[in-house]
Design a protein around this ligand. Structure first.
Ligand SMILES: Cc1cc2nc3c(=O)[nH]c(=O)nc-3n(C[C@H](O)[C@H](O)[C@H](O)COP(=O)(O)OP(=O)(O)OC[C@H]3O[C@@H](n4cnc5c(N)ncnc54)[C@H](O)[C@@H]3O)c2cc1C
Length: 385
């Protein structure tokens, strides 16, 4: 049988996971990445149990568990430190059968890269177009046009996906979700819970990463396009008076550690993730707000599902049809849930609404809260076809 070739546009977490899933099924894979060097920006990340299961299916679960930190206790708090609900990590692990992890994005990205054949990743390659009928991919390398043919093309080129824009021209671009977020991964030796705290129109989260590292993020409701000359000073201004350990975390952060992003999402969901031999995956398909910590987790689910469906003798358009059927309803439901979580949590401003929400959360039995948290993470990879 002739070797099948898959071309993946974009070497983010989603693209690398897809390449690995296809490589594991015997495909030759080429990943075209526009950046001159392989890299992943964005501090830390939470991988929920669904993503950890996906990584297990890719043979990387043990390695990523070693690189990250699991078992941190946590929950939801108010900005002044009162607990609204607590999550017992051991109990969550018992319910889901596996752990959730905090991991440095750079470490996760490296683990995915290193699991691929060295020749698979080509940097400095900007994808311009893919023909859904033939699978021919056109791209630019060092300013020169080039093309490569593929049996299967994966559009994993992120929020501003070129392939989505070219092949779904009728689909509106991602919309501003109403919030801006700062984040950093820092060295911090004291124990920190995996917790989220809410103030009016604002949220601050902490995730232990292991090895004396902590990932923090802060988000506020704000108009798009804001920039401060000193973003760390801006974060301290907004969050420096919050409960411990927020001030200490900010004191331990260097200005260069801080990243700021406005949050965008696919407010109008795509009607399909697939055209002919091309499948979209990750943020290219379903960019969502980070309020459930599920964006990259869904990209990993997409990748694992694609690999499971793409057996060596597969009819590619038929397999992609099945991929669309399996992935679109779930990922779009989670994107809607992430927006709802934002409205119920970070975006709430009215004191009366906040008081009602907080009372509801305090009165919710911990078992019910746990089930609510576990709902989105309770996913199992499909059996390979
Ligand atoms: C503040 C914040 C916190 C978050 N926290 C979490 C979390 O805790 N857990 C979680 O699961 N998710 C989280 N997310 C979401 C997560 O970061 C994304 O969903 C995930 O990184 C998407 O991965 P991706 O591979 O689809 O896209 P990307 O990471 O955007 O990768 C796309 C890649 O494609 C490349 N590219 C773009 N265009 C081209 C082109 N034309 N040709 C070639 N290459 C191209 C880019 O350079 C990039 O390398 C968070 C997001 C934000 C903003």
């Amino acid at each position: 049988m002739t070797e099948r070739h898959a071309v993946v546009a974009g070497a983010g977490i989603g693209g690398l996971a897809a390449a690995l899933a296809l490589h594991r099924r015997g495909w030759r894979v080429t990943v075209l990445e526009r950046a001159p060097e392989p890299r992943e920006v964005g501090a830390g990340i939470t991988l929920m149990a669904n993503a950890v299961r996906g990584l297990d299916a890719l043979g990387l679960g043990t390695e990523v568990r070693r690189l990250g930190r699991d078992g941190a206790t946590g929950g939801l708090r108010t900005w002044d430190g009162r607990w609204l609900s607590r999550v017992d990590a051991a109990e969550l692990q018992r319910v889901l059968g596996t752990t959730a992890l905090g991991v440095h994005r750079g470490a996760l990205h490296r683990a995915l890269r290193e699991a691929l054949p060295a020749e698979a990743l080509r940097t400095g390659c900007t994808v311009r177009h893919a023909d859904p009928a033939s699978g021919t991919v056109r791209y630019q390398r060092d300013g020169e046009p080039a093309e490569v043919s593929a049996d299967l093309v994966v559009g994993a080129d992120g929020l501003r996906s070129t392939l989505r824009t070219r092949l779904w021209p009728e689909s509106p671009p991602p919309a501003y979700a109403g919030s801006t977020a700062w984040r950093a991964a820092i060295t911090f030796d004291e124990p920190v819970p995996a917790a989220v705290s809410w103030g009016p129109g604002s949220e601050f989260g902490t995730v232990p990463l292991g090895d004396g590292q902590v990932y923090w993020y802060g988000a506020v409701t704000a108009p798009p396009g804001g920039h401060a000359a000193d973003e760390l000073a801006e974060v301290r201004e907004r969050f420096g008076h919050w409960h411990d350990p927020v001030p200490a975390l900010l004191a331990a952060t260097r200005p260069d550690d801080v990243l700021r992003n406005d949050l965008y999402h696919m407010a109008t969901p795509l009607p399909r993730y697939v055209r002919g031999r091309v499948a979209l995956l990750g943020d290219a398909a379903h960019a969502m707000t980070p309020h459930l910590g599920q964006g990259a987790c869904q990209a990993i689910e997409d990748a694992v599902t694609l690999g499971a469906l793409a057996g060596p003798a597969v009819d590619v358009p038929a397999a992609l049809h099945a991929y669309d059927r399996l992935r679109r309803p779930r990922s779009q439901a989670i994107a809607r849930a992430a927006s709802r979580t934002a409205r119920f949590g970070q975006e709430l401003r009215h004191p009366a609404a906040i008081a009602v929400r907080n009372a509801m959360l305090r009165l919710t039995p911990s078992r019910t809260a746990l089930r609510g948290m576990a709902r989105h993470a309770d996913w199992h990879p499909p059996r390979p076809a």
